[in-house]
Structures are given as structure tokens and as C-alpha cells.
Design a protein around this ligand. Structure first.
Ligand code: FAD
Length: 399
């Protein structure tokens, strides 16, 4: 295996880098560089810029707007995107629902939904998990009962990221109560403006509003919004979850976090020099760099194998990438937190007066703690590490 990039790939990298440098709006870039979350407007604006260039849905089939790039080019594109501090294209649209519509939707659904998904004219959220159905997703209880050309949907979803900002939700529902639990599930697209949809916030450890409860009370959903066959939704969900797990590794993001930690550590005084010069910091940063490089090579190898496979069954090796990628996301966020030191605290006690005072540090330090705290969830969402290890044990090790 030749691990060097070819001259053509390096030229491609230059083209992508120049594109990001010249068209990424500065205010969006500055926000991402500081570790802040882009707003819904930022995400939509940026994705439309990418879409106009033909680069919003790079991994889709070319007939639906994809680029036809091979694994290495896809990888280079994402790496440059993170290095440029660009937001990633909306993953629920581009990586999750879009490929399902392409693989399992009918022609009419493809023509209607795919251009709108690519351009974020429809902003999607993912309605899979429920209060009693997370790791054991097939236990979901949200019911859809057929009534003529509609389904009547009733139930509750939980942990639904961006539901408060979304226009649409792709959703798993139970359409057959009598079948084996995996066999009675269907995959619906639900308009969030439908009567009977209520969204309530769930605040997370970082103090942010990312996730929600979604209540569905007799919501009417046209049967034409069902993707694929009735009661085959579990098969489509497994395909989607494989794509989600490839994504949650986000090596490029961890690399750019490590790069930022190095840059910032060079500005933090320590022991008459800087934190970046200290042995302890260099050792930690180097260890993370090596692990990221190993994961990068493994990812390219697995993605290349996946690309050659036919059919829609997902490769269980993707679970290994998810475990390691999410752990490295957490480790790089922890390093940034260490660099920020006491400035990562929002408030501190003033020992002299006993008063609770705001802790004012450099602007970049303010996001270190919320990001660290939010990323505790990286080994949970998209399927917890324990569940990924079960998949590896069963499907790779044969235990
Ligand atoms: C920040 C965040 C965002 C999310 N966004 C979304 C979203 O947009 N859409 C969506 O549908 N869901 C979303 N989720 C839900 C996520 O997919 C679930 O939280 C996850 O699948 C775990 O399910 P659970 O929370 O019900 O935990 P449980 O399934 O109750 O698990 C609890 C613990 O038990 C362990 N466990 C469970 N079963 C086993 C087993 N068989 N073997 C070993 N260990 C086991 C788990 O690993 C975990 O540590 C999000 C979650 C978070 C935290």
C-alpha cells in the first residue's frame, strides 16, 4: 500500500484549499475557529455555497449531485474543510437521510427530496431514539397506523438533535405490532410543521440546547412519505447507522483541535517558557498525533474496502473506527481544556472576598470546557462504545 499522496491528489488538495480560502465567509470561519457552533443560518448559507460549486453532497451518486471522487479525494476534501475551519455540510441531510433516499426511495421521492436535501431547503433531524429504545433501538414504540393514504403517528422521540431547528424529521415507527420487533418498523419522513408535533428542549452537560424530546400526537403523515417498503425500516436504519458511525470518528476535526491546542499552548506561559515547550505537553500532543495518523490510515483502508463492496449491508469494521474516533475526539478536547487551564472555568471564587466572579481569559478559552463536556456524548451518540464492541465481538471476532 502506497501511503503517499500522488501529484494529482496534491494538486486536488491545493484546489480545495484555495476554494475554502476564497469563499468561506469570514464570520463563519471565525466562529468555528473559536470552537463555537455555527447557527442554523450559518449552516444553510455555507451549504448553499458548497452546493453552488457542486460540493455539498460529494459522496452521493453523480446522477444525484455527487462528485464521483474516490475515497482518497473524499478524505482530502473533508480534511481541508476542517483545516479551513469550515462547518461540515449538514450531516443529517447529507450523510444520513440523503443516502437512504438514494438507495431505497422511489424515483418520485428522489426527484422531490434530493435537491431540497442537498440545498438544505429542508433541514432534517433524526427521530430514532426513544425513552425505552436507545441501544435496543428495535424496541421503539412510536406507532404508525394506516388510515387510507395517511399514517397516524403517535409516540415520543428522545435526544433528537436540532429538532428545534429542523423542518423535517426522518423517523422510525412501528407499523406491525405482531411481527418480530425488527420486522415491524417503517421509515417515514415527517414534516415538523404538521399538527400534533411538539418539541421540548433537553439541556446537556455543557449548558447548551442541542437535543430535544419530540412528542407526536396523532400526526398525519402521507403514505407517500414512507421510504422503501412497509416494515423494512430496520434494514434501512442499519444502512444509515453505518454511515453515521463512519462520520462520528471525525478525524479531521480532532486533527484541527490538536493543531489549535499546539498553537494556543505556544501562547501560554509556563516555567519561564511556554506550555508548548514543556516535555509533558509535547509528549501528550505527540501521542495523540501518532494515534490520529494510525486511525487515518485505518480509516482510508476500511473506506476503500467499503467502497468496493456491493449491496447495502454495512461493514462491522466501521464500529472500530467509531470507537477509536470518538475516543480521540474526547482526548483532543481534553488537551485543549488543559491548555485553557483556569480560563476554561466560567466562574471562580475570589479567595479574598469569597465572591463568585466571572473568569475572564482569552476568547478561545471560553469554549474549551463546553466542548469538552459536550464531547462526553461522542462515545454514546450514533451507538455507544459498548454496543460497538458487542458488534466487533460478534461480527468480527465471532465470539
Ligand atoms: C448528545 C446526544 C445527541 C443525540 N442525538 C440523537 C439524534 O439526533 N437522534 C436520535 O435518534 N438519537 C440521538 N441520540 C441518542 C443516542 O443514539 C442514544 O443515547 C444511544 O444510542 C444510547 O441509548 P440510551 O441513551 O437509551 O442508553 P441505553 O441504551 O439505556 O444505554 C445505557 C448504558 O448501557 C450500555 N448498554 C446498553 N445495552 C448494552 C449491551 N447490550 N451491552 C453492553 N452495554 C450496554 C450503554 O452502552 C450505555 O452505557 C443522541 C444522544 C446524545 C447523548
Amino acid at each position: 500500500m502506497d501511503l503517499r499522496y500522488s501529484p494529482e491528489e496534491q494538486e486536488f488538495r491545493g484546489e480545495v484549499r484555495e476554494f475554502f480560502r476564497s469563499v468561506l465567509p469570514r464570520e463563519i470561519r471565525d466562529k468555528v475557529a473559536l470552537g463555537r457552533l455555527p447557527s442554523r443560518d450559518d449552516i444553510v448559507r455555507w451549504q448553499r455555497i458548497l452546493n453552488a460549486r457542486g460540493w455539498a453532497v460529494t459522496q452521493w451518486a453523480p446522477e444525484w449531485g455527487g462528485t464521483g471522487w474516490d475515497t482518497v479525494r473524499q478524505y482530502i476534501f473533508r480534511e481541508e474543510m476542517y483545516l479551513a475551519d469550515a462547518p461540515e455540510p449538514l450531516s443529517t441531510n447529507v450523510t444520513l437521510v440523503g443516502p437512504v433516499v438514494i438507495a431505497f426511495g422511489n424515483e418520485q421521492q428522489k426527484r422531490h427530496f434530493l435537491p431540497r436535501i442537498a440545498n438544505v431547503d429542508m433541514f432534517f433531524c433524526q427521530g430514532f431514539s426513544e425513552p425505552e429504545a436507545g441501544s435496543d433501538l428495535a424496541a421503539l414504540r412510536t406507532r404508525a397506523v394506516r388510515d387510507g393514504d395517511q399514517y397516524i403517528v403517535t409516540g415520543q422521540k428522545l435526544w433528537t438533535s436540532y429538532a428545534h431547528q429542523a423542518d423535517w424529521m426522518f423517523c422510525l415507527v412501528r407499523t406491525d405490532e405482531s411481527a418480530r420487533k425488527q420486522d415491524g418498523i417503517s421509515y417515514l419522513l415527517i414534516d415538523m410543521a404538521s399538527k400534533g408535533v411538539t418539541v421540548k428542549p433537553v439541556m446537556t452537560l455543557d449548558g447548551g440546547h442541542h437535543v430535544n424530546e419530540v412528542f407526536l400526537n396523532d400526526v398525519q403523515v402521507p403514505v407517500t412519505n414512507r421510504i422503501g417498503e412497509e416494515n423494512r425500516g430496520w434494514h434501512y436504519a442499519k444502512f444509515l447507522l453505518g454511515n453515521e458511525r463512519i462520520l462520528t470518528g471525525r478525524i479531521g476535526l480532532s486533527k484541527s483541535r490538536l493543531r489549535r491546542a499546539r498553537d494556543l499552548a505556544a501562547r501560554v506561559p509556563a516555567g519561564g517558557s511556554t506550555l508548548a515547550a514543556s516535555h509533558a505537553f509535547r509528549e501528550k500532543a505527540a501521542a495523540l498525533e501518532v494515534e490520529l495518523k494510525a486511525l487515518e490510515i485505518t480509516t482510508l483502508r476500511v473506506l476503500d474496502e467499503v467502497r468496493r463492496q456491493t449491496g447495502t449491508a454495512q461493514d462491522p469494521k466501521i464500529s472500530i473506527l467509531k470507537i477509536k474516533g470518538s475516543e480521540l475526539a474526547q482526548a483532543t478536547a481534553e488537551l485543549l481544556l488543559e491548555v485553557a487551564g483556569p480560563h476554561a472555568l466560567p466562574r471562580q471564587e475570589d479567595w479574598a472576598s469569597g465572591a463568585d466572579v466571572a473568569c475572564i481569559g482569552p476568547e478561545w478559552a471560553a469554549t474549551a470546557a463546553p466542548n469538552y463536556l459536550y464531547l462526553r456524548a461522542a462515545t454514546i451518540f450514533g451507538g455507544s462504545s459498548e454496543i460497538q464492541r458487542n458488534i466487533v465481538a460478534k461480527n468480527i471476532l465471532g465470539i
